[in-house]
Design a protein around this ligand. Structure first.
Ligand code: UP5
Ligand code: MG
Length: 196
């Protein structure tokens, strides 16, 4: 007997919208495994012997989106290695290349449930990332120069993908500007009403 396909929720939103923060809360409350594409890329960058380390480093500093072959394979490996069946995929897909690559490599292997979209104004996003950078996040992209590029990439490449999902009725939008607990109360409602 075939085991059922893993269930996947895409978690999208601008840089600093609170994707990671909310994913941690979802994991505490619901049976999900959190896979942040950005975290997987940063791990791969740090891995000794990685052939992609320098490329990933350059893309992240410049707020550019790493070619999908790299990111999608990291995600597929993480899904397979975990042995789990419900995943939050945080920060992916974020452009057309990501979406096409995912559809080619993964869409038949999982059941995508919905897209959780953290909607947040640019000023709030930027302020959150810069504050985190000042607190010593160690992230090479939490500075003003990288931030401008991350925001540009978000508007030019990622928002059109969110709009595409919206046109297909797949998006649950959450106002991400209130404090994290308030945001989570909305997130909770979405998951409960989706049967989780
Ligand atoms: N914070 C969170 N929620 C708050 C709230 N409600 N009120 C006040 N403060 C709040 O939060 C950011 C900061 O804000 C934290 O200090 C938090 O405490 C505070 P976080 O939860 O980390 O937000 P998140 O949306 O996860 O922000 P992140 O910076 O991770 O978003 P990005 O989308 O920019 O980063 P990611 O790691 O996904 O990607 C980084 C780079 O990797 C990309 O720019 C790209 O170069 C590359 N990448 C790819 O190439 N491909 C991919 O598929 C993914 C990434
Ligand atoms: Mg994050």
């Amino acid at each position: 007997i075939m085991s059922p396909k893993p269930k996947v929720v895409f978690v999208l939103g601008g840089p600093g919208a609170g994707k990671g923060t909310q994913c941690s809360k979802i994991v505490e409350r619901f049976q999900f495994t959190h896979l942040s594409a950005g975290d997987l890329l940063r791990e791969e960058r740090a891995r000794k012997g990685s052939e992609f380390g320098a490329l990933i480093d350059d893309y992240i500093r410049n707020g550019k989106i790493v070619p999908v072959e790299v990111t999608c394979s990291l995600l597929e490996n993480a899904i397979n290695k975990s042995g789990k069946s419900r995943f939050l995929i945080d920060g992916f897909p974020r452009n057309q290349d990501n979406l096409d690559g995912w559809n080619k490599q993964m869409s038949d292997k999982v059941d995508m449930q919905f897209v959780l979209f953290f909607d947040c104004g640019e000023d709030v996003c930027v302020a959150r990332c810069l504050t985190r950078g000042q607190g010593g996040s160690g992230r090479t992209d939490d500075n003003e120069e990288s931030m401008k590029k991350r925001i540009q990439t978000y508007y030019n490449e990622s928002l059109p993908i969110i709009k595409y999902f919206q046109n297909n009725g797949l998006v649950k939008t959450i106002d991400a500007s209130p404090d994290a607990d308030k945001v989570f109360s909305e997130v909770e409602r979405v998951f409960v009403s989706s049967g989780f």
